[in-house]
Design a protein around this ligand. Structure first.
Ligand code: NAD
Length: 381
């Protein structure tokens, strides 16, 4: 942890927004970061009113992120915000992130990092040139049992990895919800605001990151099947990808938002030569471990012999569930510690970095561009 809370300002996350409030809870949970300023909405009036709803100093409730960066830069160094948190729709990530870095602020940005690989690489280059800390909120990597799974897989506890299945299934876009004007559906189904990927960008990006975080495997090639089931929708709502990893492992990634009955069905299964680990986001305190001859084991967060990386991000004793907010807060702990140390080192401090975000954007865009070529007709008898 940083020795003192880091001062931050938020872009997006105003009235009626979804994830901004989660970021605020997560940043505050361990007093890792304190919100002092905001440009919280796309219209100046709503942006200012949203800041006042949160009890921010009215002088620091800005009408635009440009105004926030300018005014905060002019404040004394020990008063101004140190970090900018970006929780806007995807097409409003690159510009404020780049401007924030160039104005000397650290950045936390939600996923997918940007809409295009070029913009993503630009942020990698800008972060490197400015030396600022850059965290990307692939929040599922903050779960203690994911950190333990990563420790097991990477230390060889299940042998060399052969097969990975990662599924991220939701059902909330099974109908043309966007036609009702529902805010979150509206921009997520518009490629000019979401980027190339619909389901692939929104949740497939988490799936790619989870596999990468837990296994460390590098994707060498892939074969994608990109579909849109809901008539009139101009972006994928169901995408599957076959993966080939360096070293020979194989993978299957599915991201769908038309799977009726699934709320936030993120599961990861990793099979090695001698064992396997299974994790399910809706029961995040547990990790199933299988071995060749059994017995099967269910590990629980706060068990005595978990990896240090898992224990370090556990707050409560076993049986007192920790979940989404706590995992999110673990990313904030890492970012705050990096800012405190003045060093952008995601591996050391435990947060997904700008390079992870850029790889995610390359993956989304290449999967969508490939679009499902290469099918062979089945010749039945
Ligand atoms: N990590 C996760 O689990 C997770 C979950 C949900 C969303 N997200 C990501 O978070 C981002 C926001 O998603 P959401 O569902 O909260 O969207 P949302 O539509 O609910 O909220 C977006 C907010 O951004 C504001 N905004 C838009 N343009 C702006 C501008 N120019 N200046 C200031 N504010 C502006 C809107 O007014 C709104 O307050 C997206 O990138 C999304 O992919 C991540």
């Amino acid at each position: 942890m940083s020795e003192r809370p880091i001062r931050y300002g938020m872009v997006g996350g105003g009235r009626d927004a979804f994830i901004g409030a989660v970021h605020r809870m997560a940043a505050r949970l361990d007093d890792a970061m304190h919100l002092l300023a905001g440009a919280l909405s796309s219209t100046p009036e709503k942006a200012k009113a949203s800041g006042e709803d949160l009890g921010l100093d009215p002088a620091r409730c800005y009408g635009s992120w440009q105004d926030m960066l300018k005014a905060e830069s002019a404040l004394p160094a020990d008063e101004r915000i140190e970090c900018v948190v970006i929780v806007t729709p995807n097409h409003v990530h690159h510009a404020p992130a780049k401007a924030a870095l160039e104005a000397g602020f650290h950045v936390v940005c939600d996923k997918p990092l940007t809409c295009t690989p070029e913009d993503a690489q630009d942020l990698v280059d800008t972060a490197r040139a400015t030396g600022k800390v850059f965290g990307v909120t692939y929040n599922y990597t903050g779960y203690p049992m994911i950190r333990h799974a990563a420790h097991m897989v990477r230390s060889g506890a299940i042998g060399s990895v052969r097969k990975v299945f990662v599924e991220y299934l939701q059902g909330w876009l099974a109908t043309p919800l966007e036609e009702s004007g529902q805010k979150q559906a509206d921009w997520r189904t518009d490629p000019t605001r979401a980027g190339a990927g619909g389901a692939m960008g929104d949740i497939g990006s988490h799936a790619e990151n989870l596999v990468s975080t837990v296994t460390g495997l590098k994707i060498e090639s892939f074969c994608s099947d990109v579909s849109t089931f809901v008539p009139g929708r101009s972006i994928d709502d169901d995408t599957s990808v076959l993966l080939r990893f360096a070293g020979g492992a194989r993978g299957v990634l599915s991201a769908s938002q038309v799977c009726v009955g699934h709320r936030n069905g993120l599961t990861l299964r990793v099979y090695g030569e001698t064992g396997a680990v299974h994790w399910n986001q809706e029961r995040p305190d547990q990790l199933m471990v299988h071995t060749l001859d059994g017995p099967d084991t269910v590990l629980h967060r706060a068990d005595a012999d978990l990896a240090d990386a898992a224990t370090a991000v556990t707050r409560l004793p076993g049986g007192h569930p920790e979940a989404f907010i706590e995992a999110f807060a673990n990313i904030y702990r890492g970012v705050a510690a990096a800012i405190g140390a003045g060093e952008d080192d995601p591996a050391r401090f435990g947060y997904p970095g700008v390079a992870d975000g850029a790889r995610g954007v390359r993956f989304i865009n290449q999967v969508i561009a490939a679009g499902g070529d290469g099918w062979t007709t089945f010749e039945d008898a």
